[in-house]
Design a protein around this ligand. Structure first.
Ligand SMILES: NC(=O)c1ccc[n+]([C@@H]2O[C@H](COP(=O)([O-])OP(=O)(O)OC[C@H]3O[C@@H](n4cnc5c(N)ncnc54)[C@H](O)[C@@H]3O)[C@@H](O)[C@H]2O)c1
Ligand SMILES: O=P(O)(O)OC[C@@H](O)[C@@H](O)[C@H](O)[C@H](O)CO
Length: 401
């Protein structure tokens, strides 16, 4: 059977990427530190992806297993040697931590070093033949994270752990492609392996190579408009709802959007990112407005029960210079476009004082030390005298009252 190895058996891993590989005839080996999930995958070998909609509908995901990378690095290395695809959905902050192990797998694959062979599953002649016809002598690596250039970033970490011999031998054998991944998958309740997901999905991969078929994967030769359109519409909109919802004491995204004031704020913010995207990528304005409407309808899906604290999670990452709030605001300012609603969203993110989120706690500590200006400088790369930083601080002080 064709092999895919996926790092991160969480919401998107099981609910989206792993499910697509399984549907495409791959055996999916999930790599994770969550013992219960890994044990469950090995015990059951299957789970269901349930659609968050009125009609009861679910998809059976089969041919799955799990490896705990804290306990069995050799099994991960062995799987990397067999895989056609290696994907991640683990969170941008974790990519540097898994890179050394991925590098060991690649090293073993391209040079033969480190290979124990002990954990390699025997493949039938038919499997070998079908793998060769699918091009499995090549390994395709795709990071599926909400981050611009996530695969390039992962590649940089992997390269720093490879020997010169392996680096020289990668061409034609190991490929790295950036991607944009879109499907809302909330935190799962109940502890089963099954995953509740929204019906909509989009997975866009940037390459000019001819890839072995994976259902649901869209290939483009330039990802920039896709990832920016996604990140600065779906994720900007989501973040605005999460941070304003949190401040208003709302539990979920759909319940927050039921407040017409907040819906108006979301639309105004997305008009700002939209004006930048339309100008930058020559998008058709009407089509983009329809894209905004479509996403607001997705956010209203009450079957998802998606918490504002999940969507607002990791505010240091979300306030980063290349992320969903600061980058479009900086770009809008540079282009002479309006950015006041984005500034308000940045201010709201700095007021996200959720005690169970380590990054939120860290931001509150920085603010307590030296005010919001320090966060904007240290986290967002904005100098205190920039117009954007001044507007954010003004909004922050107004909202804090
Ligand atoms: N959930 C969504 O709606 C959604 C949609 C699109 C993209 N994404 C992106 O997908 C990525 C994953 O998000 P998620 O919602 O699935 O998160 P998640 O927390 O559900 O899954 C992440 C998984 O990674 C595992 N993990 C953490 N550290 C690890 C380590 N060192 N080694 C191995 N496994 C480790 C965790 O145990 C967890 O199972 C993020 O980049 C996110 O932005 C999420
Ligand atoms: O995953 P994050 O923390 O980058 O962002 C939270 C949500 O906006 C995100 O997970 C969305 O649900 C997802 O990106 C939809 O495709």
């Amino acid at each position: 059977m064709k092999q895919a190895i996926h790092f991160g058996a969480g919401n998107i891993g099981r609910g989206f990427i792993g499910a697509l590989f399984s549907e495409s005839g791959y055996h999916v080996s999930f790599v994770d530190v969550a013992e219960t999930i890994i044990d469950g995958l090995n015990a059951q070998g299957k789970y269901r992806v349930k659609l968050a909609q009125e009609k009861d509908e679910s998809i059976l995901v089969e041919n799955v297993s799990g490896i705990n990378n804290m306990k069995d690095e050799e099994a991960v290395i062995a799987k990397i040697q067999q895989a056609t695809y290696l994907t991640t959905a683990i969170g941008p902050n974790i990519l540097p931590r898994i890179a050394p192990l991925i590098a060991r797998g690649i090293e073993a694959r391209v040079t033969g070093n480190f290979a124990t062979g002990a954990d390699l599953e025997p493949m039938s002649e038919l499997d070998v033949a079908s793998d060769m016809s699918a091009g499995s002598e090549k390994l395709y690596i795709i990071a599926c994270e909400n981050q611009i250039g996530a695969t390039d970033i992962l590649k940089g970490h992997i390269m720093s752990h490879l020997s010169d011999e392996a680096k020289a031998d990668l061409a034609g054998k190991v490929y790295f492609f950036n991607s944009a991944v879109d499907r809302i998958v909330p935190i799962q309740e109940g502890g089963s392996l099954d995953v509740l997901v929204e019906p909509y999905y989009e997975w866009v991969v940037e390459t000019t190579e001819d890839l072995p078929e994976v259902s649901g994967m869209t290939i483009v030769d330039d990802l920039a408009p896709f990832i920016e359109r996604k990140l600065f519409t779906v994720n900007t909109g989501h973040a605005v709802i999460a941070y304003h919802g949190y401040l208003a004491g709302k539990p979920t995204i759909d319940k927050t959007l039921a407040d017409p004031e907040i819906e108006r704020e979301v639309r105004e913010t997305l008009k700002e990112t939209g004006a930048y995207l339309v100008k930058q990528y020559g998008l058709d304005e009407k089509t983009h407005l329809a894209y905004i409407d479509k996403n607001i309808a997705r956010f209203k899906n009450a079957y998802l029960n998606d918490g504002v604290t999940r969507v607002g999670r990791a505010p240091i990452r979300k306030l980063g210079p290349e992320d969903r709030l600061v980058r479009p605001a900086v770009q809008a300012q540079k282009a002479g476009l309006s950015y006041s609603h984005l500034a308000k969203a940045i201010a709201a993110a700095m007021l996200f004082d959720y005690a169970e989120d380590e990054e939120a706690v860290k931001i509150q500590e920085l603010i307590a030390q030296s005010g919001p200006e320090l966060v904007l400088k240290e986290v967002s790369g904005l100098e205190a005298d920039s117009e954007l930083a001044q507007e954010v601080v003004r909004q922050y002080r107004a909202m804090k009252k």
